[in-house]
Design a protein around this ligand. Structure first.
Ligand code: AMP
Length: 509
């Protein structure tokens, strides 16, 4: 049996760890605990990953890609590199291959399996894409675990007390907030929320805008080419300044020879904190929302754990202290997520080998609600009927029964939605399903089934059911699909649902 490790595939940086001989240890990659999640392609086609790629971000920005995790699972995002098309999945694959190879070298044994962490708020397309990247990198993906859950595992493994933990995770590109109940070695997520478009990069961008504004005042020009090396230098200077402000009250930003001028500017912590306040406010609102959906008050939170590089910002720590309570900050914020993943990997790869002091139990929930659109018989409006509600424990299933709108209708269509609302908004639509049905002089019924697996990957199945079916009469009585009966009917071959893994594009079965 091969070796299993935990991998934190981060937006800015990735880390890896292993649980061995009763403890977790970080796996250095090229001698460093952190691998920049950057890929660069040289003129000769050679692909560089990590630090060597990061240094090319500035020299050769057109052929270098950072923060591509922001686009994973988005089928329309394609990079054009050296006449080749590269997708965010390819980039994740290169990073994972690098980690697999380096870890195998370091450990002296072939790494074959991994638990990979993902933001809790990742959609199923993003989860599927991450899993695919892992598999393409030659790894058996034992499980995708939410980053906050992994952090709580790493934090809570040796702590006996029962606790309600809030994990505030602000990385380079995403923000997640989760609430977990931890009892001994059982980790149950009870609510998650987040924003896949909020992270450290946005804080950098605030400083970049500040700097560009000053260049404009200086030169009167505002023609900045996106992707140019000058802009990249400004971005780097902005990130450096932001990091320095985590430790000092004043920073000097110097960028020589830029857009026909040179920048020399002081930025103090008060101005920075004020500039980024709208971003901090967004995280506070999410914290309040997640508390509400967990049905908890701030006082019921026993511990707040901060995860992700951006929680080093003092403005974040102050906001959390003011809103909830003084947070716990791990010594190794960058590694704590990979540590949790490593513990999970040890547990999943050798559950009977006593590799862990006590087996751990992890329960996660879905961060989104899913439904299909149907005409509401009450008011004849097209509405989304939720089959799976947000914060339901994974894995889970949900089903409903719909019918054709008129006799002799040859097919049925259903819009599949990921939304909290009942309004079938186009942007919340995952796909449109069109299925031929038997042409009958009466209404034909169709059962729709959503299944979310333990990784949060969605499968949608649908099947026609007979009008004398017991499932239908039971549904008419209770207004709920008897899931046990449905499973039995499928198992016995009475109905054969057409299964599809939801794609963001239209689907036909
Ligand atoms: P992660 O995705 O968790 O690796 O977080 C990366 C983000 O953390 C990037 O946006 C970094 O700029 C940010 N970061 C790293 N160190 C610091 C620091 N000392 N102060 C503020 N932000 C930081």
């Amino acid at each position: 049996m091969g070796t299993a490790i935990g991998i934190d595939l981060g937006t800015s940086n990735s880390t890896a760890a292993i649980y061995r001989n009763g403890k977790v240890q970080s796996i250095p990659i090229e001698g460093k605990s952190i691998l920049p999640s950057v890929v660069s392609c040289k003129d000769d086609g050679q692909i560089l990953v990590g630090n060597s790629a990061k240094s090319r971000l500035y020299m050769d920005p057109q052929n270098s890609m950072a923060s591509s995790k922001r686009f994973i699972g988005n089928p329309s995002k394609v990079y054009h590199i050296q006449n080749k098309q590269v997708t965010p999945i390819d980039i994740a694959q290169y990073i994972l291959e690098k980690i697999k190879n380096e870890a195998s070298k370091y450990l002296g044994e072939e790494v074959t399996d991994a638990v990979i962490t993902i933001p809790a708020y990742f959609t199923e397309e993003q989860r599927e894409a991450t899993k695919q990247a892992g598999e393409r990198a030659g790894l058996k993906v034992l499980r995708l675990v939410a980053e906050p859950t992994a952090a709580a595992i790493a934090y809570g493994l040796d702590r006996e007390r029962n606790q309600t933990i809030m994990v505030y995770d602000l990385g380079g590109g995403t923000f997640d907030v989760s609430i977990l109940k931890v009892e001994n070695n059982s980790f149950k997520v009870i609510a998650v929320d987040g924003d896949t478009k909020l992270g450290g990069d946005d804080f950098d961008e605030m400083i970049v805008q500040h700097l560009l504004h000053s260049i404009q005042t200086e030169t009167g020009s505002n023609q900045y080419t996106e992707g140019s090396s000058s802009l990249q230098r400004i971005k780097e200077a902005a990130e450096e300044a932001k990091k320095e402000l985590s430790d000092s009250d004043l920073v000097d930003i110097v960028v020589p020879d830029i857009f026909g001028t040179h920048i020399e500017m002081e930025l103090d912590i008060a101005t920075f904190n004020q500039t980024v306040q709208p971003l901090i406010q967004r995280t506070i609102e999410k914290m309040e929302e997640v508390l509400q959906s967990a049905g908890l008050s701030k006082r019921e939170i026993s511990r707040v754990i901060l995860v992700g590089g951006s929680t080093r910002m003092r403005a974040v720590q102050e906001a959390v202290t003011k809103e909830i309570k003084k947070p716990y900050i791990a010594d190794n914020v960058d590694e704590v997520v990979a540590h949790g993943a490593a513990i999970m990997a040890a547990h999943l790869s050798a559950p009977s080998r006593d590799s862990l002091p006590i087996p751990i139990v992890v329960e996660e929930v879905t961060a989104h609600s899913f439904g299909v659109d149907m005409i509401d018989v009450q008011d004849q409006q097209l509405k989304v009927f939720h089959l799976i509600k947000r914060n339901t424990k994974l894995p889970c299933v949900g089903a409903t029964i719909g019918s054709t709108l008129r006799p002799y209708q040859p097919s049925i269509r259903a819009g599949v939605f990921r939304t909290e609302s009942q309004v079938p908004a186009e942007e919340a639509k995952l796909g449109e399903l069109k299925m031929p049905v038997s042409i009958r002089p009466y209404y034909v019924n169709v059962v729709s089934l959503f299944e979310l697996d333990e990784n949060g990957i969605l499968t949608f199945s649908t099947a026609e059911i007979g009008r004398r079916s017991l499932l239908l009469s039971r549904y008419r009585e209770t207004k709920e699909v008897d899931l046990d009966m449905l499973k039995l009917m499928i198992a016995q071959g009475e109905i054969t649902p057409k299964k599809i893994v939801i794609d963001t594009n239209k689907v036909e079965v």
